[in-house]
Design a protein around this ligand. Structure first.
Ligand SMILES: *[C@@H]1O[C@H](CO)[C@@H](O)[C@H](O)[C@H]1NC(C)=O
Ligand SMILES: *[C@@H]1O[C@H](CO)[C@@H](O)[C@H](O)[C@H]1NC(C)=O
Ligand SMILES: *[C@@H]1O[C@H](CO)[C@@H](O)[C@H](O)[C@H]1NC(C)=O
Ligand SMILES: *[C@@H]1O[C@H](CO)[C@@H](O)[C@H](O)[C@H]1NC(C)=O
Ligand SMILES: *[C@@H]1O[C@H](CO)[C@@H](O)[C@H](O)[C@H]1NC(C)=O
Ligand SMILES: *[C@@H]1O[C@H](CO)[C@@H](O)[C@H](O)[C@H]1NC(C)=O
Ligand SMILES: *[C@@H]1O[C@H](CO)[C@@H](O)[C@H](O)[C@H]1NC(C)=O
Ligand SMILES: *[C@@H]1O[C@H](CO)[C@@H](O)[C@H](O)[C@H]1NC(C)=O
Length: 399
């Protein structure tokens, strides 16, 4: 009996000793590791944990496959960290380092993209066009089941506005794209998430952080106009409207000037012009000048991505758009004489005899009288639009 009791006691002692050594091997610091119970809200990129009294949390770390460790120091007494936006679809490891007398003890949480491999949306891309619209597209994952459905969510980097795609583009019932007409609240960088559902299997998500500067496709320039003299044609334009206000220097342009020859084949010239204060190109083109067309497209000055071509603008003989400077001078003189004549006649005779002359007179008597240069330009714009036939007939007066 006594022997048995001693044996039991011996084994119990041995057991506790063994346990102690094991515990020491696991935790050389001999300090109790707090159970943080970490949680990660992937949509808000927020890591939180249970607060413990008298514990300081030194830092939060996100170990990202592409961007390496990203460290944030939590505010005193706070038990959460909010990371800026990173793509999470490759999975991340999150750590919180707790202050300890000997060394910081990290606690980790592995955040994985759960679901079947190859089920996530692939080839995801978006572009902004006409300053106010955005189209996104993606393809079904190779391993995605037939009943898969995808959903797109977009959030700005300040985490203030989030929205689901308002108008999906479908391919036999599956969402494969999105069209957005309201980009309000979106910031320079935005977080895009495509997640999915299926009855058969878990569907992985795809996410991406896109900068508007990289995804905006610029419209063609505005108000393209051509002014020719005997030897040159000056092509003018205005920078296009973009989502965010950009300086002229942030654009570049490509001009495609085509010379129409009698036969069907026409020669063309591609000219690249950096954006500058003038936004113009002086094209050497001596008279007699055959018919030409010019169309222009826009790109970011640094990241080359050409937008659509503008409508072609014609200049050269046989074209109403061509208004040589000397013709303008003659035209101007004529109009001045005519207007003065009318004013004189009106002064002398009764008003009913002379109905008011539209447009030209309005401009002439306008409150602040613009200088001549502006008036000539306005005339060319009007003739281009073809809404002032009186001027077009004057233009044909032989010089
Ligand atoms: C926290 O620290 C205070 C004083 O420093 C002490 O009175 C208290 O008992 C500590 N609480 C715990 C849970 O250790
Ligand atoms: C870590 O905790 C000790 C007390 O346990 C404290 O003296 C020290 O200042 C703390 N370190 C930091 C960085 O908070
Ligand atoms: C999915 O792919 C990853 C890496 O490509 C691999 O480590 C993992 O085991 C795969 N999972 C399944 C369920 O096949
Ligand atoms: C996705 O893109 C890759 C390469 O960019 C291409 O080979 C593949 O065909 C595309 N998949 C789909 C479904 O469009
Ligand atoms: C964007 O998507 C809409 C809806 O499918 C389509 O009508 C429009 O043409 C697309 N825009 C561009 C520039 O592709
Ligand atoms: C997809 O993500 C959004 C945003 O976090 C969430 O509201 C939605 O429930 C998710 N849907 C699925 C099917 O996981
Ligand atoms: C074209 O120029 C006119 C006059 O300078 C201006 O009123 C108009 O807004 C411009 N058009 C565009 C699309 O910028
Ligand atoms: C036409 O304009 C160009 C530049 O604007 C100038 O160099 C040239 O002398 C002008 N030619 C005539 C005939 O006025």
């Amino acid at each position: 009996m006594r022997l048995l009791a001693i044996t039991i006691l011996f084994f119990m002692l041995l057991d506790t000793m063994l346990l102690q050594t094991l515990a020491h091997q696991d935790l050389p610091s001999a300090e109790r590791v707090p159970r943080l119970n970490m949680k990660f809200d992937s949509w808000r990129m927020k890591l939180s944990w249970d607060c413990e009294e008298n514990t300081t949390y030194l830092e939060c770390v996100m170990i990202h496959k592409e961007n390496g460790p990203i460290t944030i120091i939590p505010q005193e007494k706070e038990c959460h960290c909010e990371f800026s936006d990173y793509s999470l679809h490759d999975g991340v490891t999150l750590m919180v380092k707790v202050n300890s007398t000997q060394r910081p003890i990290p606690e980790t949480l592995v955040y994985a993209n759960s679901g079947g491999n190859g089920t996530a949306a692939q080839n995801f891309s978006c572009f902004i066009y006409n300053a106010n619209f955005m189209n996104c597209s993606w393809a079904k994952g190779q391993a995605a089941p037939d009943d898969v459905q995808y959903f797109l969510y977009i959030r700005d980097s300040r985490k203030r506005r989030e929205r689901e795609c308002p108008h999906y583009i479908e391919d036999s019932g599956t969402h494969v794209g999105c069209h957005l007409e309201d980009l309000s609240g979106l910031t320079n960088y935005n977080y895009f998430l495509v997640n999915g559902t299926s009855q058969r299997t878990g569907v992985q998500f795809f996410d991406s952080v896109l900068s508007w500067k990289k995804i905006e496709i610029y419209s063609p320039p505005n108000n393209i106009s051509v002014f020719c003299n005997a030897s040159h044609c000056l092509i003018y334009w205005e920078k296009p409207k973009t989502r965010y206000r950009l300086s002229n220097m942030e654009f570049k342009y490509q001009l495609d000037i085509q010379r129409k020859s009698n036969k069907e084949n026409s020669e063309n010239q591609l000219i690249e012009v950096p954006g500058n204060l003038e936004n113009s190109y002086n094209f050497p083109s001596p008279e007699p000048r055959p018919k030409h067309t010019v169309k222009i497209r826009t790109s970011d000055a640094r990241i080359q991505k050409w937008g659509a071509w503008s409508q072609p603008i014609e200049f050269g003989s046989g074209n109403r758009g061509l208004v040589p400077i000397y013709a303008l001078v003659v035209l101007g003189t004529l109009i001045t004489v005519l207007t003065l004549g009318c004013l004189l006649k009106r002064f002398l005779a009764s008003q009913t005899l002379f109905p008011p002359i539209p447009r030209i007179k309005d401009k002439w008597t306008d409150g602040h009288r613009p200088d001549h240069q502006v008036i000539w330009e306005n005339f060319t714009l009007d003739t281009e639009k073809g809404d002032n036939e009186e001027i077009l007939t004057v233009q044909e007066v032989p010089v």
